[in-house]
Ligand binder design. Structure first.
Ligand SMILES: C=C(O[C@@H]1C=C(C(=O)O)C=C[C@H]1O)C(=O)O
Length: 383
């Protein structure tokens, strides 16, 4: 692809992550963003924020300027809606994102939200892209309805070239001949974009499918395909939504899906942190979940110890301890802890113990092994 001077990857820069107020997009952690298509009321946004928080989501979405296909459809609450969005995000300590459609809406939201979205219909609004390039806020750039991946990346290049390095690509389905879904989610676009560009890529399965029954499977497929995050529509009462009701998840479905993302994330060497789904947060249910987690932690430690012993079998007894390897593991885990907002001190205290027991176990394995090798020699005459 030509002209990807800034969006294209180089030998030094294969991936880039975007750090926004304590949330890293494009790191190890999968970032979940959710909320209604359009901001309708203060109560609707408060309930949505509560659900996003419960699901382990980090970012609340909500449109206040709506570029609708029909001029007679709801066009958004503007400034009033912006206040509801910002307030609800604040209540739950979430970040927020909203779409801008022109210079005025950009001006209005730029100092209030954490992330700005440029929607599919404006992907090639080059003047808007240039304006987005002049601000110091991350931009989610949705792929246009009929845009090739190259056109999408060149749109990102406009923002980058104008001076804003914080671009997050968002695949949201493209127009094909298939009428069963609103659009066709192009999951290969995630891989292709990542092959040619260093920018983080997220997926919006809601606008792609246009129907809520497909959102769960498409979200998981998106993670498997390498997406760094998900942007999912959820409404406290989808039947009453002023826009995109049929594709919006209910709060229960949203939390359930979030609870299922962790295993998919782990299978592709990523992390999704969500305190699981419970009917209600009773002391008993919370403790049951902790018991379950503790069991997993011990199980994983046992597997780790087995691997450490296997490594021990391959090493010389005088080279059992490898300080460089330990340092490298520690650095990686401290970085991960910081990304997951876990005190890095915890990792710094636990891991030396884990290493120590690993090394001891390797020494024992080696000594036993060496004895076994010598055994036939000693036992030959005695039998
Ligand atoms: C497992 C190894 O041996 C030792 C134990 C380590 C561990 O527990 O991760 C790391 C380095 C070594 O001190 C290894 O060399 O990789």
């Amino acid at each position: 692809m030509k002209d990807l001077k800034l969006a294209g990857l180089t030998s030094e820069k294969k991936t880039s992550s975007i750090e926004v107020n304590g949330v890293t997009i494009g790191g190890k952690e999968i970032i979940l963003m959710g909320g209604p298509c359009a901001v309708e009321s203060s109560a609707q946004m408060s309930q949505s924020a509560e659900t996003v928080k419960k699901a382990g989501g980090k970012i609340l979405r909500g449109g206040v300027f709506k570029p609708r296909t029909s001029p007679y459809s709801f066009q958004g609450l503007g400034r009033e809606g912006l206040n509801y969005l910002v307030q609800a995000a604040k209540e739950q300590d979430l970040l927020c994102v909203t779409e801008v459609i022109d210079a005025q809406s950009l001006d209005l939201v730029v100092n209030n939200v954490d992330i700005i979205q440029i929607g599919a219909r404006n992907m090639q609004n080059f003047e808007l892209l240039k304006l987005a390039g002049k601000i110091d806020k991350p931009i989610i750039l949705k792929r246009g309805l009929s845009a090739t991946i190259e056109e999408w990346l060149l749109a990102a290049e406009y923002i980058l070239a104008a001076g804003n390095p914080q671009v997050i690509l968002c695949e949201r389905g493209i127009r094909t001949f298939e009428p069963s879904t609103r659009n066709t989610l192009d999951l290969s676009a995630v891989g292709v974009a990542k092959e040619v560009s260093h920018l983080p890529v997220i997926v919006d399965p809601s606008h792609a499918a246009g129907r809520r029954d497909l959102i769960s499977s498409l979200s998981k497929a998106a993670l498997a395909a390498g997406a760094d995050g998900l942007l999912i529509e959820m409404h406290p009462n989808p039947a009453e939504a002023v826009s995109d009701g049929p594709q919006s998840l209910t709060p229960e479905q949203f939390v359930q899906l979030a609870g299922e993302l962790g295993v998919v994330a782990n299978s592709v060497d990523r992390v999704y942190v969500c305190a699981g789904q419970r009917d209600s947060d009773t002391l008993e249910s919370l403790r049951a979940e902790i018991n379950n987690l503790d069991q997993n932690i011990i199980g994983q430690l046992a597997t780790r110890m087995q691997l450490v012993r296997k490594i021990g079998e391959q090493k010389r007894l005088d080279r059992v301890k490898d300080s460089n390897r330990e340092k490298e593991i520690m650095q990686r885990l401290v970085d991960l802890a910081e990304e997951l907002q876990l005190p890095s001190e915890l990792v710094k205290r636990i891991y030396p113990l884990i290493f120590e027991f690993g090394v001891q176990s390797q020494i024992k394995t080696r000594v036993a092994q060496d004895r076994d090798i010598e055994q036939p020699f000693f036992s030959a005459g005695s039998k």
